[in-house]
Design a protein around this ligand. Structure first.
Ligand code: GRG
Length: 294
């Protein structure tokens, strides 16, 4: 099946899960729940849950085996987008083709909606499907905690802010991209592999795939911020330059950035070649990361 069709199907599946697991707007505090649902259910790609599902399926598990973990990661992702868009950080007005959370609601509500999505993520991780054994569940909670902590998402964002309008090295740029964006994508495929009962060598190969795709994804994001279509992206472009962000096009120029992106995607594909035919969806997804327009 074409990856595009499969991605649409999986996106609908994940949206159904999120709708079920997010707090209802009829419950108090209603405005907070409204803001959480507004951001988490906004029309994003659901790439992290999709990657988790495709990984689990590659190892022979059903999509439902990753339901709670996939939704937890998407809640963390939605949290990071809400906080990233705040006036104190990137001050963005448009996200996923809609007003950002603080514009639609207000700043305090957006901050709290992010915080509540983060708490919900760990609730989901600790209450996930009975089929998961305790050791795997703990391994997943650890994996997610590391991916979002000071050596992951939060730390990467801090480095990103500190690097604004500074001359930085290629190593620092790679570190920022790995932490700010890469580790949550890597974590998504690793969790999929753990939940599907992957052995250590399978998990290591999948981790390498996730690590390469994770950096490639942010390199593509940097490129799209320069040459992408804001309508397709559902967010403003040109903002990295305005904010003096450290980016691949800023350091290497457009053509070399495209080559770096291609190399990362090739390395990702090489990492999972041993899975044979079963790897086809993740190989196609790697191509999507290189060619994406949104
Ligand atoms: C959530 C623990 C935690 C901390 C917040 C603000 C912050 C710390 C981190 C920001 C990290 C960030 C927003 C990185 C950019 C990652 C990125 C490329 C986002 C866009 O992802 P897509 O394209 O978005 O998958 P959609 O909308 O399709 O889901």
């Amino acid at each position: 099946m074409l990856l595009q069709v499969r991605m649409e199907q999986l996106k609908a599946l994940v949206d159904g899960w999120l709708d079920e697991l997010l707090p209802d707007v009829s419950q108090s505090p209603q405005r907070l729940h409204e803001a959480m649902r507004y951001s988490a259910l906004a029309p994003g790609k659901r790439l992290r849950p999709i990657m988790m599902i495709l990984t689990a399926e590659m190892l022979g598990a059903e999509a439902t085996a990753v339901k709670h973990t996939a939704c937890a990661i998407e809640c963390i992702h939605a949290f990071s987008l809400i906080h990233d868009d705040l006036p104190a950080i990137d001050d963005d007005k448009l996200r996923r083709g809609r007003a950002t959370c603080h514009v639609q609601f207000d700043e305090p509500t957006a901050i709290l909606a992010g915080d509540a999505l983060f708490a919900l993520a760990f609730d989901l991780l600790s209450a996930q499907d009975a089929a998961v054994d305790t050791a795997s569940q703990l391994a997943i909670i650890r994996e997610v905690s590391k991916a979002v902590g000071t050596q992951g998402l939060v730390g990467g964002e801090m480095l990103d802010i500190e690097s604004e309008n500074q001359a930085i090295t290629a190593d620092t740029l790679q570190l920022i991209h790995r932490r700010k964006t890469g580790m949550l994508l890597e974590c998504s495929v690793v969790c999929g592999a753990i939940l599907a009962g992957g052995d250590p060598s399978e998990i290591a190969a999948i981790r390498e795939y996730g690590s390469q795709i994770g950096i490639a994804f942010q390199v593509a994001d940097d490129l799209l911020n320069v040459i992408g279509d804001p309508v397709l992206l559902g967010k403003a472009t040109g903002t990295d330059e305005q904010l003096g962000k450290a980016t691949y096009p800023g350091l290497y120029g457009i053509d070399e950035t495209k080559q770096i992106l291609h190399q990362r995607v090739c390395q990702a594909k090489r990492a999972i070649i041993s899975f044979g035919e079963a790897a086809a969806p993740l190989l196609a997804l790697a191509n999507f990361v290189e060619e994406r327009e949104q």
